[in-house]
Design a protein around this ligand. Sequence first.
Ligand code: WTA
Length: 653
Amino acid sequence: MSIDAENARSAAEVAFPPSGEFAAQANATSELYAQADADREAFWADQARHLHWDTEWEQVLDWSGAPFAKWFVGGKLNVAYNCVDRHVEAGNGDRVAIHWEGEPGDSRAITYAELAREVSRTANALASLGVGAGDRVAIYLPMLPEAVYSMLACARLGALHSVVFGGFSSEALRTRINDAQAKVVITADGQYRRGKAMPLKTNVDEAVAATPSVEHVLVVQRTKTDVEWNDGRDQWWHDVVEGRPASHTPEFFDSEHPLFILYTSGTTGRPKGILHTSGGYLTQAAYTHRTVFDLKPETDVYWCTADIGWVTGHTYIVYGPLANGATQVIYEGTPNTPHEGRHWDIVQKYGVTLYYTAPTTIRTFMKWGAEIPARYDLSTLRVLGSVGEPINPEAWMWYREHIGGNRAPIVDTWWQTETGAIMISPLPGVTATKPGSAQVPLPGIAAKVVDESGEQVGHGGGGLLVLDQPWPAMLRGIWGDDDRYRETYWSKFADKGYYFAGDGAKYDDDGDIWLLGRVDDVMNVSGHRISTTEVESALVSHPTVAEAAVVGASDPTTGQGIVAFVILRGGADDQASGEAAIKALRDHVAHEIGPIAKPRQIMVVPELPKTRSGKIMRRLLRDVAENREIGDVSTLADSSVMNLISAGFATSS
Ligand code: WTA
């Protein structure tokens, strides 16, 4: 479970209080906790008032249909209007919304006024393709401004976007399009990856061959890669969008009008379409962005390095920052293109003040060496964020020293696709931060560490993380599957009405929360959620594989690495255990799910460790994959199996 529990314990003795100077100018003071404690709903209503509402709500929270929440009931707003037009109307049209930096070095500065025009054009274009309120649009794009325009254009029209990460395979894209019954797919001809133009539309062509709901494919030209063209279905972005009128009158939608679906991995093979709605989501996105990053929209330059295909990109590139009128950097490429200092070059070029990234990226920077960031002027940085997995104290300290100049507070932010926005995090002007701990629920948010029976554990105790009060940005369900929503998140502590997050956690002696990783069959690889079952299904769909068991083994850079144990079909052993055959299996997984799901290691085994009832004991396989002594084997149907497996593993790795 815990990667660094031991280190964490000793590091807990270190804490870094905010400087007096930082605290004096901070957006959030300790008063905020008191306000939220005094009256939670009034507190959230105050936060919602930072947005523009066409019609004010009648009720802050309706929890009578729990676990289906309604926030700001009766209120009406337009999310895109809030993120774009109102900043222009307030006289900030000339402020840069996006400093876009292409991987090959091209760049564009997009002001709020320009963003308003582009979003309007895109909305007009989508409307002309028949997209209206309630329709679904799949977005499969690299990190281009058009991705932001597309998301906001959907929001403007009341259509739901379903953004699919550009690293997912055509197969993964097809399943998601079909589940949501998307009408339009927006993609690009190709994308830049490590200095090379890679095709992207080909994946869409493969996917939409079996997606009856798709009427149009809109294609942004980025790399000028040759593409196949399906007349009548495919349209170039520049033909359909560029000539459209640059104004569009927004319609105001109900606070609970759906905003987007985002698929994420759960414990079964089938990804879940997490559903988010408008008013509550935008309220918490803007509030957390403003308080956790201490955003000053007039002076800060913010940069979140996530991809738009993940929830972090949704909430902390698109909705939070733009609702707050922030100036931000969006970077198209990888951190080592064309050199390992690219991020620091960008920080220096734009004078980035707030920087938000993932522990796996920080550990990669550590591997490349502290001398690389040392070559750049990083003195503008004033808040550093971390998200996606527990950050080990060594990486935290390195981040603080080599990127933050021992000056910028670090906010370790815990949240999930399902929570929609940050839930547990220090406040940079208030909290004395501790390396490796996300520490405290934000004002207005309630979280607890409980034991298996749902009782809160004491200081120093460990258990499971639950959220015991509804929150504005919470998911409103799983697309098309209410039962699965109840079962997945609310059944474990049904009697208490707690949301079970799937994470293990503990309190330290001060009562601060330390996240300890997933306790279910979800792996966390470089901050990406991948289910063991999903990879197992991909492996057994290959003709040579009879059975497969997959575990996440701790990995110094990626947090966890995927290790697969496979039993081959009779007769396949000879050709399939060779190196080429293993490579074929890894490629097969990449084809079925995407390169991020490629196992780090695949091992051919004669048997898998199973209980008498036939359940695979992944715990034992994890022991093997992490080179530990094998745990208790007494519940195995055949305890000699483990000897065979561990002997084979030792020779193969
Ligand atoms: C993990 C990403 C520890 C956790 C926003 C959670 C974290 C899952 C942290 C959600 C953190 C995210 N410390 N663990 N600061 N942030 N996680 O849906 O296991 O991609 O359940 O959302 O990532 O991943 P998701």
